[in-house]
Design a protein around this ligand. Sequence first.
Ligand SMILES: *Cc1c(COP(=O)(O)O)cnc(C)c1O
Length: 299
Amino acid sequence: MHPELLKLEKNFNPSILTKVHDAVLDKYQVELWIKRDDLLHPIISGNKWRKLKYILNHALSVGADTLISMGGAYSNHLHALAYVGKLLNLKTIGLIRGEPILTPSLQDMREWGMELRFVSRSDYRLLRQYKQWTDLPDLTVRQYWLPEGGAHTLALQGVAELVHEIDMSYDILCVACGTGTTLAGLVNTAADNVSVLGFAALKNAGFLTADVNALLTQPRTNWHINLDYHFGGFAKTNAELLAFMSDFEARTHIPLESVYTGKMLYGLYDSLKKQTFQANQRIIAVHTGGLQGKRSILR
Ligand SMILES: *Cc1c(COP(=O)(O)O)cnc(C)c1O
């Protein structure tokens, strides 16, 4: 590990396991624990650090001085990248999907020194073909490209550390999916007797299965992605989801956001009611963070 990263990691908090107590879980006789990656860092939140860690290590080892990546105007990935770039004294460039606007997330990124370049939706889609760090056309020699959401095999190594931190036995491991990279890391590392469940945050996310398979270092069969809890599409919500979330937050004092973790937990509780789990199973759900994205108004 590059010394700069080791130094940086000293500022991180442990990701603890919090047990959830509630009547629904008791009724179905299951245990639910939350792996609190949201606590890792106030800004470089949750799975974004897990995914970036070994990519950054590689970027530093090849002598990169500039990190370039892509994302939406609320992107947790770019938000984390901009901050980490500032801490590591690396230049950062964000290719932002759609019309120029300034969300609170983008405003942070700019303050932290990221150069924002807005690209049309059609051009944005084309950028998805570039997967390897040298793939983006016209890169200069010390520029390093990261695909959308850090979807690279190197990201799986950091997610593996999350799995290795879990020091008890369990049956089910759940996570929300955007690009499916974090899920791939869990699938790659979890034991064969663990079922790994993803909950897609996007509508029509059937493509995720192939994307996850492409990232795995060996084929696995103990995983599944539930596509039914997108609530109309990425970042869409409804009153039922928001009510579930505020109820969960009030009972557990664990903050959620509605794009990923709220939908995952809604899906998990709904699956419980549909009796898809067995009595005495222990479930661990990963809190992937993302709480910065909650702000929707301009500062
Ligand atoms: C980015 C993000 C995800 C999705 O991660 P992928 O690896 O792209 O599937 C899930 N939860 C939160 C909070 C995120 O910010």
